[in-house]
Design a protein around this ligand. Structure first.
Ligand SMILES: Cc1cc2nc3c(=O)[nH]c(=O)nc-3n(C[C@H](O)[C@H](O)[C@H](O)COP(=O)(O)OP(=O)(O)OC[C@H]3O[C@@H](n4cnc5c(N)ncnc54)[C@H](O)[C@@H]3O)c2cc1C
Length: 527
């Protein structure tokens, strides 16, 4: 065997997967058919859940330094600013990163790519996957070099992080179900001045569509996304000069363009792979699902596919878990993709619909309704949970088990464990509990009761236990998160609750580890 995991594609998804495997000591290789990193910004929005993962990976400070926090979204209709939706800190109390970070895909890829070196991994550029043959215990991948030579690599597992036209998906015969949207989009990175509110999102609704202005790093630097006006559709020689008149119609004649560094048109599809796995091959990121850019979810979803699969692959490759653990990847991530496609599809249809009624709705009603709704705490919370991806849950996963007795409102198995600030020692300071979690291990959180005197047999060094001390500040924080006392939570390495209950019984935890996680091998090893 040449490698345990062959990661095909060095976009954000492949880079995240290779990093997560590398830091868990897995023998992995990552390759890409391009000659080097992409210089295009493409995705721009980094969500809170991604920043939480970046924090464990040690790249969050750099990301925050390079990016821009979007503090508000301004809605414009027919040249007038009609509403402002506050975005800054709408997720206060829900995440250490309660905002959307504007940071280009190229910067994200650079940070992830630099981190790879720490695990002794380097991207093999100019290497294209052109063939796959699956055998019972390995996959033989055919890789083509620019001079046409083909070499074979034997891998235990292959991860298809190779984008919308995924070769892994096609070679595995997995259907990519869905369709293209009829509209053609343009994207432009510009330096321009105008009535836009600086450093905030500016959304221009018009009768026939919309324009989005994202603030980018630097002064007067904006990313514009919009629909190609109907009279220009079908042309393949478009430049920003062609679409500028339609932008000026909406954003005002005062718009002064100084420079355009990137202009591209593209057709968006909404598609999902019918399966995310074929025996030893997996699909992640755009290879598994593509959708409209509404909500800045695409890149973030791929990063989280990778975070979900990495710890499972690492356990299986090390011999600690039965390969059955890998079935949960598809079981957890297909429902996420299905929901994402349907919500982005609905939102997208609303903002691009050509009907007169939809035009009126966009320019007269949408902006004001959104601004009013966002004043309600409950809506703010729901919007943050949805957009930031901190609200993604796996309630129907085979790894999810909530024991009887836990109140309905309490965090349950399948939820991302909530962000808490706790005192972890009797007279110690209040600390960010996420910062204390080791995401290469399982964590047992024991609340309002003592840890089992003999520990929890089963996971050995793979388990860390935190007993939350009794303290009035801790009581308030736990009550805020609706966590009862006593309670216990067993977290998976990716921060999701696997097992939750009231009274901690070590035997029940060991049974869960053995049955649900298929970690019998790990248990035997640590006995
Ligand atoms: C114009 C544009 C604008 C976008 N704007 C946004 C946005 O604002 N917000 C957002 O969230 N998303 C946006 N997206 C989507 C976002 O860019 C993707 O969701 C994201 O790139 C997915 O990452 P990925 O790593 O899964 O795939 P990709 O980034 O596509 O990476 C796949 C990699 O695999 C490599 N590869 C492909 N085939 C092979 C092969 N056979 N062998 C070896 N290597 C191979 C490719 O060279 C590539 O480097 C935009 C996309 C486009 C095109």
């Amino acid at each position: 065997m040449d490698t345990d995991v062959l990661v095909v594609g060095a976009g954000p998804t492949g880079l995240m997967l290779a990093n997560q495997l590398g830091r868990r000591g897995v023998r992995a290789r990552i390759l890409d058919r391009h000659a080097g990193p992409s210089l295009q910004t493409r995705a721009l929005g980094v969500q809170a859940r991604t920043l939480e993962i970046y924090s464990h990976l040690g790249i969050v400070d750099r990301a925050l330094e390079l990016g821009k926090r979007a503090t508000g979204a301004n809605m414009w209709a027919e040249g007038r600013r009609t509403a402002r939706v506050p975005l800054g800190d709408i997720g206060r109390d829900m995440s250490p990163y309660p905002f959307l970070l504007i940071l280009g895909q190229d910067d994200n890829e650079r940070l992830l790519g630099e981190r790879l070196h720490q695990w002794g991994l380097a991207i093999e550029w100019n290497t294209e996957l052109v063939g796959l043959a699956q055998e019972a215990d390995q996959v033989i991948a055919k890789l083509e070099q620019p001079d046409g030579t083909i070499r074979e690599v034997k891998a235990a597992w292959v991860a298809g992080c190779d984008g919308a036209r995924s070769a892994v998906r096609e070679l595995s015969g997995i259907e990519f179900q869905g369709a293209p949207y009829e509209h053609v989009f343009f994207v432009a990175d510009t330096r321009m001045t105008g009535p836009m509110v600086p450093d905030e999102l500016n959304i221009y609704f018009w009768r026939d569509g919309f324009h989005l202005f994202f603030p980018m790093r630097g002064t007067d630097h904006w990313r514009i996304v919009g629909i190609v006006p109907p009279e220009l559709r079908g042309r393949d020689d478009l430049t920003l000069d062609h679409v500028i008149p339609s932008i000026r119609d909406e954003a005002g004649a005062a718009l002064a363009l100084q420079d355009c560094t990137w202009f591209s048109t593209y057709r968006i599809h909404h598609r999902r792979a019918e399966r995310f796995r074929d025996r030893r091959c997996f699909l992640l990121g755009d290879a598994a699902h593509i959708h409209s850019p509404v909500g800045a979810q695409g890149m973030n979803t791929g990063l989280q596919d990778a975070y979900n699969l990495a710890w499972k692959l690492a356990l299986v490759v090390s011999g600690g878990a039965d390969p059955a653990l890998l079935d949960s990847y598809e079981a957890e991530r297909i429902p996420v993709a299905r929901r994402l496609l349907s919500t982005t599809d609905r939102a997208f249809s609303l903002v691009v619909s050509d009907t007169k009624l939809a035009g009126l709705f966009r320019t007269r009603i949408l902006a004001k309704t959104m601004a009013l709704a966002m004043r309600l705490k409950r809506i703010q919370r729901l919007a943050f949970l949805t957009i930031s991806q901190t609200g993604i849950r796996y309630p129907d996963s085979p790894l999810t088990e909530t024991l009887p007795g836990l109140p309905e409102a309490a965090p349950r198995a399948g939820d991302r464990f909530p962000w808490l600030r706790l005192k972890l020692s009797a007279n110690g300071p209040t600390e960010d509990f996420f910062g204390k979690l080791d995401d290469t291990r399982f964590t047992l959180i024991v609340i309002g009761q003592a840890a089992p005197p003999a520990g929890v047999p089963g996971l050995g060094d793979l388990l860390r236990t935190h007993v939350i001390p009794s303290d009035p500040a801790n009581d308030r924080e736990l009550a805020r998160a609706q966590i009862p006392q006593p309670a216990f939570y067993l977290l998976r390495p990716d921060g999701y609750v696997g097992l939750a209950g009231v009274r901690l019984d070590a035997a029940v935890v060991t049974r869960y580890i053995s049955e649900r996680l298929n970690l019998d091998a790990a248990i035997a090893r640590f006995r």
